[in-house]
Each structure stands twice: as C-alpha cells, then as structure tokens.
Design a protein around this ligand. Structure first.
Ligand SMILES: Nc1ncnc2c1ncn2[C@@H]1O[C@H](COP(=O)(O)OP(=O)(O)OP(=O)(O)O)[C@@H](O)[C@H]1O
Ligand SMILES: [Mg+2]
Length: 253
C-alpha cells in the first residue's frame, strides 16, 4: 500500500438489481487531500461515494464485486463493524439535515450515542467541532436554539460540525453546497481548505469551478466508468481523454 493512500479501490462493480451502475472502478484516494468527483447526472458519483462507507448496504437490491481497502483493510469483509466504519468515514449530504433538536444536541448527538455523558467533555466537543466547522462565532450565544432555525448555509456547517464531532478520518460530501447561496458556498469551500489539514475529503460536485477551486485531485466519471483521474490542474488544463475534454469544455453533460 502506498503510504499516503487512504482508500484503495480495485475493480469495483456495483449493480442495482440487473442494472450495472459502476463498472470496474479502480482508484486510490490520498490522505489529507480534497478529491472531487465530477461527471454528468446519473454517471454514478453518489453511488460510488456511498460505497466508501457502505451506505449502499441500506439498499437491498445492491450487489458489489471488487475491493475497497481503507488503510489497507478490506471494508467489505464479513467481520467489519459497519457502525465503526461510518464513524471513521463521515458523510455530509446535499440537503442540510439537522435533527429537530438544539444546535448543541445536534453536535453532541453522536458522542452521546457512544456513551459520553460528562457535561464538560460534551461542552468541549461541541465547541471544538463548531469551531472546526467555522460556525462557533455565529451560534455560541444560542446553542440551545433549534438547529432548524439556522439559515441553510449555517445548517450545512452544523451538519459538518456534527460529522466532525465523531472524529472521522474521512469526510464524504455529496454536493454539499448545491442548496446554498454564493456566500454560504464560499464559507463551506474555505472550510474545506482548513479541514483537509486534518481530514481526507471526498466531494461530489456539479460545479467544475468548484472542483477547480477546492480540489487537489479530480476524478471524471461517465456512465458508471472512471474515465480519468489526476491532478486537478491537469484534468482541467490538459485532460488526456477526449471525453474529459468534451465534458469540461461543456460539449455535453
Ligand atoms: N437506489 C437505486 N436503485 C436503482 N438504481 C439507482 C439507485 N440509485 C441510483 N440508481 C441509478 O444508478 C445510476 C447512478 O446514479 P447516481 O445517483 O450514483 O448518479 P450521480 O452521478 O450521483 O447523479 P447526479 O449528478 O444526478 O446526482 C443512475 O442510472 C441511477 O438511476
Ligand atoms: Mg448524485
């Protein structure tokens, strides 16, 4: 295993019933980098993202072949603790989905579920997670207010704080800014720049500008296949494959 690889995916096929949504995907995802997945709607970006923390297990028609290793360990082996895997590989969704409870309770939900009861410890987790999500200053005086009363951009950062509170190693984000205005988007993008110092980030985005701004590595998918992956600057300025060039220049998709 190359030392800086977090994930190593080999020949991954995924079927929804008869339909093959992912075709022999092989890729490495490097630690402490932002990796962006781009490609037209329906090409399999979200499906592939969900294979990285076994969220597809929740869909009963799904069948998977191939291998995904996290730190060298096969995450689809029978004895893998899926709850622990999902703690290590956190996920932020397209639509902010705070729980209907206070800001504070949202952030410490996971640690509490893990059995942490000490108030001081929970306070620390809440503050450090909200700081890491660049939300602390905006909410520190209203931690007992409902998470649902925040703006969309604040809700998304609350969801990021909730993920961070679990001390994940990797954060998967599926179009995390698509429901946000440009200012909130900018805040979340700046946050990613900070977060990658400590975490490995994988983001699905429909915005090529966003991929170009925030990612180190870009992977281009088309109809279930990984067409090309590489340094983000190379993918956007000097793609090797015609299909990549057609997509990034807007000729299709
Ligand atoms: N639960 C499901 N059951 C059956 N087919 C599915 C399911 N989820 C996705 N698919 C199919 O798998 C393919 C890939 O879907 P996926 O959601 O991964 O695409 P995507 O690249 O994330 O698209 P978008 O950019 O629109 O979000 C599509 O053809 C889709 O219809
Ligand atoms: Mg999707």
């Amino acid at each position: 295993m190359a030392e800086n690889n977090k994930f190593e995916v080999e020949n991954l096929d995924l079927f929804y019933g008869e339909f093959q949504a992912l075709k022999s995907i092989t890729m490495d995802i490097e630690a402490n980098k932002v990796t962006a997945f781009i490609g037209p709607s329906g090409c399999g970006k979200s499906t592939f993202l969900r294979t990285l923390n076994r969220m597809n297990d929740l869909i009963d028609t799904v069948r998977i072949d191939g291998e995904i290793k996290l730190d060298g360990q096969d995450i689809y082996k029978k004895d893998v603790d899926v709850t622990d895997l999902r703690r290590r590989v956190g996920m932020v969704f397209q639509k902010p989905n705070p729980f209907p409870m206070s800001i504070y309770d949202n952030v410490v939900y996971g640690p509490r579920a893990q059995g942490i009861k000490d108030k001081k410890k929970l306070d620390e987790i809440a503050e450090s997670s909200l700081r890491a999500a660049a939300l602390w200053d905006e909410v520190k005086d209203k931690l007992n207010k409902s998470g649902l009363a925040l703006s969309g951009g604040q809700q998304q950062r609350l969801c990021i704080a909730r993920t961070i509170a679990m001390k994940p190693e990797i954060i998967l984000m599926d179009e995390p800014t698509s429901a946000l205005d440009p200012i909130a988007t900018l805040k979340v993008e700046q946050l990613m720049e900070e977060l990658k110092k400590e975490y490995t980030i994988v983001i699905v985005t429909h915005s090529m500008q966003q991929a170009a701004r925030i990612s180190d590595t870009t992977a281009f998918f088309l109809m279930g296949e990984l067409i090309e992956m590489g340094d983000t600057n190379d993918i956007f300025s000097n793609p090797k494959k015609q299909q990549t060039e057609d997509y990034i220049t807007g000729r299709f998709g």
